[in-house]
Design a protein around this ligand. Structure first.
Ligand code: DSN
Length: 433
């Protein structure tokens, strides 16, 4: 256990008490931070939130019950948390240019549950991207509540362009007349044509919902187009590119505000997590700074450079590249499965995930692809030159490693990972400048 010099910076002012009372858990907090500091974190949905966000998360706001909304709670003593939630709401609507926000969803899945609750009833038809082409579990996958309770019809990508097949979306919408049309997912490297979706939704009288969990942080930074002007409702998580606390949120048009609020509470959730709401407020303010906008642009530049670097080494990006923070790569050119690639990278200090690629012949738990994302390494201050090195390290680990951390290639790659992580540390000690 390598206790940081200033543990309270990362674990909150009460870390000393935790260390004394429960050293087992305290040690695991530290070893997890060590893990995040030791390896390249390339999971596209992860990031390293700020000490200020962590402080809000570790605060006594966790003690407060606040069922309801500001000025309309079911508990006394909400005067301070009301101020917190009002700030979070004002910042969210300003940041995203939205009519209305709800910052109470505990997670992305909870936010999505609420959107279903607001606009659909069990048995209704929804149209969404299929999971195996880049969608999400909560977009009607058969083992999720969304697939069990709704009649989910799925669109996918075009086999040639590997981009969303908008003609298929249109044809399925006309055929099935869904209540909701949903855009977004967890492995979509390209921009989504929100105007086209809006036109299709209008034609069939559907609600147009964007699940922007993955890319909302790029929208917040103003570096990709926003879905907000086009969609009836936009759900998202606050912990991906956005770099806030783990959690969810929803923004919507004014006409849907009451429905959304009632669907979050009392339909789907009870008391909000006010410490998380405070942390979301801190994050939204961070997102309005010039430094955040530079970071968001660098996330894009780094993702493009990493995708190109892997492409140059025979690890082909689906769609040929990326417009976002993530790229999805087909490993068949190098003859390695996604499962093996993930294990080989892990052994070499590179954390990424196997991922199905569109029309994948392999089973999902083996997969023919990997997904890589640039948010964490960008937060650490890495830039395009480092992405060239990272692409080389991934290629070496994937093609020459065998999953054994003691393999010579794993050791070599890990040594270079350590060099990168030393030059661009995650959570640098304040004393180290
Ligand atoms: N699990 C998230 C991801 O990795 O994309 C989506 O919920």
């Amino acid at each position: 256990m390598s206790t940081p010099v200033h543990p309270e910076t990362y674990y909150g002012p009460s870390f000393g008490a935790l260390l004394e009372q429960d050293p087992q858990i305290a040690e695991l907090l530290v070893t997890e931070l060590d893990r995040q500091r030791a390896g390249l974190q390339l999971i596209a949905s992860e990031n390293q939130t700020s000490p200020a966000v962590l402080a809000a998360l570790g605060s006594t706001l966790s003690n407060k019950y606040a069922e309801g909304y500001p000025d309309a709670r079911y508990y006394g003593g909400c005067v301070e948390v009301d101020k917190v939630e009002k700030l979070a709401l004002a910042r969210a609507t300003e940041l995203f240019g939205a009519d209305h926000a709800n910052v109470q969803p505990h997670s992305g899945a909870s936010a999505n549950q609420a959107v279903y609750g607001a606009f659909a009833s069990p048995g209704d038809t929804i149209l969404a991207m299929s999971l195996d082409h880049g969608g999400h579990l909560t977009h009607g996958f058969k083992v999720s509540f969304s697939g069990k309770w709704f009649n989910a019809v799925h669109y996918g990508v075009d086999a040639d362009t590997e981009n969303i097949d908008y003609d298929q979306v249109e044809a399925l919408a006309r055929e099935h007349r869904p209540k909701i049309i949903l855009a977004g997912g967890s492995a979509i490297p390209r921009l989504i044509d929100f105007a086209r979706f809006r036109a299709i939704a209008d034609e069939v009288g559907a609600i147009f919902w964007v699940d922007a969990a993955h890319f909302i942080g790029l929208v917040a930074g103003g570096v990709i187009p926003s879905p907000v002007p086009h969609a009836d409702v936009v759900s998202f998580t606050t912990h991906k590119v956005l770099r806030g606390p783990r959690g969810g949120a929803i923004v919507c048009r004014e006409e849907h505000a009451k429905k959304i609020d009632r669907a979050v509470f009392p339909m789907m959730q009870g008391g909000p997590l006010m410490h998380a709401v405070a942390a979301k407020a801190v994050n939204f303010a961070e997102c309005m700074t010039p430094a955040y906008r530079s970071y968001a642009q660098q996330v894009l530049d780094n993702a493009a450079a990493l995708a190109a670097g892997l492409d140059a080494r025979g690890i082909r990006p689906i769609t040929g590249g990326t417009d976002t923070h993530l790229s999805l790569h087909d490993l068949r050119g190098v003859g390695v499965s996604g499962r093996d690639a993930e294990a080989r990278c892990d052994a070499a200090g590179i954390v990424l995930n196997k991922n199905a690629i569109p029309f994948d012949p392999a089973k999902p738990n083996i997969a023919s692809g990997i997904r890589v994302g640039s948010p964490s390494v960008t937060t650490q201050g890495m830039g395009v030159p480092q992405m060239e090195v990272v692409a080389d390290l991934i290629h070496r680990a994937v093609t020459q490693g065998d999953g054994d951390p003691e393999h010579a290639v794993a050791r070599e790659v890990r040594a270079q990972v350590t060099e990168l992580m030393t030059a661009h540390p995650a959570y640098p000690e304040p004393s180290a400048g």
